[in-house]
Design a protein around this ligand. Structure first.
Ligand code: LER
Ligand code: MN
Length: 281
């Protein structure tokens, strides 16, 4: 059992940089782990394993990249839903190969903000797709973390309470939830309460500030978030996921999103975790 969470980083803002450089940077800056993009076909996983273990890091989660209907568990097309289940099963394989404990899941494609059929029907498709993936993941000891996104990225699961309800409907011990502070800042009534409500079902947290810049560069009350994590005895992953505002369209990511933000962030998070630990008994 870990004494504190693993501090990890999803290197998607290091756009187009070879993964070897990102891994080297994260190790040098003092991160414990890396969250990998869910692209088992694109990454050479043997290479990744070697780089990660040489750097002394661990893989903390696989983050899906759900662009388009072929990865959408609730698409109105049956063949798309089937290919989405296959995609998430391939992420379970990616997790097994890289010894990652967790695969992040979300039941609609990014920026599909309306049902194609009906919300009730798509919820049922989400449940059955996730049941299939969970059954595939369980023998490998891999957990699924349902990630809520804000209303501008999905309509189906926007808050932790939605994700908890979906996990309960799936009804499998290896299915839980995660929080992404950027999304939570938009949708939750009280972010700390929402994290507490997940308790031991909370498998991962994405840290960014209110503006999706590095933690500390916006107005999310970080200490209250850390206190909530201490209160539930959280020992899973604190993962960093900041993104530049025009990420999709920008050819070049601003320089500060590389080394400066990554360096600042690990200090901010470790200090905040430490300084709040005394306040919770
Ligand atoms: C992925 O972790 C996420 O937070 C979404 O915003 C992806 O678009
Ligand atoms: Mn996220």
């Amino acid at each position: 059992v870990r004494k504190s969470p693993a501090f990890s980083f999803y290197p998607i803002p290091f756009k187009d940089e070879p993964l070897s450089e990102s891994i080297a940077r994260l190790a040098r800056l003092g991160y414990d782990g890396i969250e990998l993009p869910g692209e088992p076909e694109v990454l050479d996983l043997r290479d990744v394993n070697r780089l990660v273990s040489d750097a002394g890091l661990i893989v903390t989660a696989i983050c899906p990249r759900i662009y388009g209907p072929e990865r959408d568990l609730t698409s109105s097309s049956l063949s798309s839903r089937r290919s989405a289940v296959d995609y998430f099963r391939s992420l379970v394989d990616q997790a097994s190969t890289t010894q990652s404990p967790t695969v992040i899941v979300a039941p609609t494609a990014v920026r599909r903000t309306l049902p194609e059929t009906s919300g009730e029907r798509e919820w049922e498709w989400a449940v059955s797709g996730l049941q299939d993936i969970a059954a595939y993941a369980a023998p490998a000891g891999i957990r699924l973390a349902i990630e809520p996104w804000n209303r501008y990225e999905t309509y189906l699961v926007n808050r932790i309470e939605d994700a908890l309800r979906l996990a309960a409907d799936v009804g499998s011990g290896n299915v839980g939830v995660m929080g992404d502070l950027f999304h939570m800042n938009i949708e939750e009534v009280d972010m700390a309460d929402a994290l507490r409500s997940a308790g031991d079902r909370l498998f991962n947290v994405h840290f960014a500030d209110s503006n999706r810049r590095a933690p500390g560069a916006g107005h999310i009350p970080l200490a209250s978030i850390m206190m909530a994590l201490h209160e539930i005895g959280y020992r899973n992953t604190i993962s960093v996921e900041y993104l530049p505002p025009k990420y999709i369209f920008d050819v070049r990511v601003p320089d500060e999103y590389y080394e400066p933000y990554a360096a600042q962030t690990i200090d901010v998070l470790r200090n905040s975790w430490q300084s709040t630990s005394q306040e919770v008994k």
